[in-house]
Design a protein around this ligand. Structure first.
Ligand SMILES: CC(C)(COP(=O)(O)OP(=O)(O)OC[C@H]1O[C@@H](n2cnc3c(N)ncnc32)[C@H](O)[C@@H]1OP(=O)(O)O)[C@@H](O)C(=O)NCCC(=O)NCCS
Length: 180
């Protein structure tokens, strides 16, 4: 557990824990804030408390089994960021699938960069087997995310046409890799 100052805000970065099941609402509010602003993420419908609880339970089980790592950012007891790496299965268990979301109002202050660096360190330390590659998928139109990934050494390896629905249109999906 560590606090770090971003743009004058003291933000706590920590691993998720079993205790978070008492506060599923905080997770629901966070994800639904991204849904509401129509961020370029894979979820485009409001998540219910029940769905969020199931998601969190599964995530906690997977972290216990060294199949996934997740870090949260908290400010004033509110979730403001989340980042995770999920191990592939069987023939793909050398791949860590990466995802990140920072709440609107907390972007552009270095939080995403910091959380990404931390989760990659954690993935190398805790996932079994240790990943050889980190993979992510990003919407073609999500230029700020692509700039962040490029800055951290990810390279674009593929563009798959019309994979993602966004505001009534189909966007291409960009696949990026970071070899560890
Ligand atoms: C993409 C996202 C994770 C970036 O996180 P962040 O905390 O804002 O990132 P940082 O402040 O660390 O900035 C990292 C880099 O992103 C780029 N960036 C950030 N904001 C940007 C903007 N408004 N325009 C262009 N590039 C931008 C820059 O390259 C920046 O590096 P620099 O400051 O050294 O120039 C965040 O905007 C977010 O969660 N967006 C909504 C959800 C989402 O898109 N998730 C990713 C799905 S693939």
């Amino acid at each position: 557990m560590k606090t770090k100052i971003f743009n004058g805000k003291r933000i706590l970065i920590r691993k998720i824990s079993q205790k978070d099941l008492r506060n599923v609402k905080k997770f629901q509010v966070f994800i639904n804030s991204l849904v509401k602003e129509r961020a370029r993420i894979l979820i485009n419908k409001r998540i219910s408390l029940k769905e969020e609880r199931e998601w969190l339970k599964r995530l906690l089980q997977r972290t216990k089994k060294h199949e996934e790592v997740c870090l949260l950012a908290e400010f004033n007891n509110e979730n403001v960021g989340s980042v995770n790496v999920e191990k592939g299965t069987h023939c793909q268990d050398h791949i860590g699938y990466f995802a990140i979301s920072i709440k609107d109002g907390y972007r552009g202050i270095g939080l995403g960069t910091h959380m990404m660096k931390e989760i990659i360190k954690l993935a190398k330390k805790e996932l079994r087997p240790k990943p050889k590659t980190i993979r992510l998928n990003v919407f073609q139109g999500n230029k700020s995310a692509q700039a962040l990934y490029k800055k951290l050494g990810f390279r674009k390896v593929a563009k798959i046409p019309k994979q993602l629905q966004y505001k009534g249109k189909l966007e291409d999906e960009i696949v990026m890799l970071l070899d560890l």
